[in-house]
Design a protein. Structure first.
Length: 93
């Protein structure tokens, strides 16, 4: 019998809260113990905002969605790979 799957979107704002990180870790563990295969995708808004601010690139949003120009994309990619993904590899996950 295959495991039931659940998809969790781990938002960027949750990624910067120690309390939420711990709570999410507990909930994922509980889901796994209940027989779920947990698939997680992450956001990174706070990491992206910080990287773009540091690079002096202004964010532009249309209907709540970030419009990403090439220079911004390069900074965003560096931030998500270097900071957000690295953050997921820390001991709380």
């Amino acid at each position: 019998m295959s495991k039931r799957r659940i998809l969790i979107k781990y938002g960027g704002n949750a990624m910067v809260s120690t309390e939420l990180k711990y709570e999410i870790k507990k909930q994922i563990f509980n889901l796994q113990q209940a027989g779920y295969e947990v698939i997680m995708v992450h956001g990174g808004g706070p990491f992206i905002n910080k990287a773009l601010e540091k690079a002096a690139i202004k964010s532009r949003f249309v209907d709540g969605l970030r419009v990403t120009e090439v220079p911004a994309f390069i900074e965003i990619q560096k931030s998500l790979i270097g900071e957000a993904n690295a953050d997921l590899n820390k001991s709380y996950f």
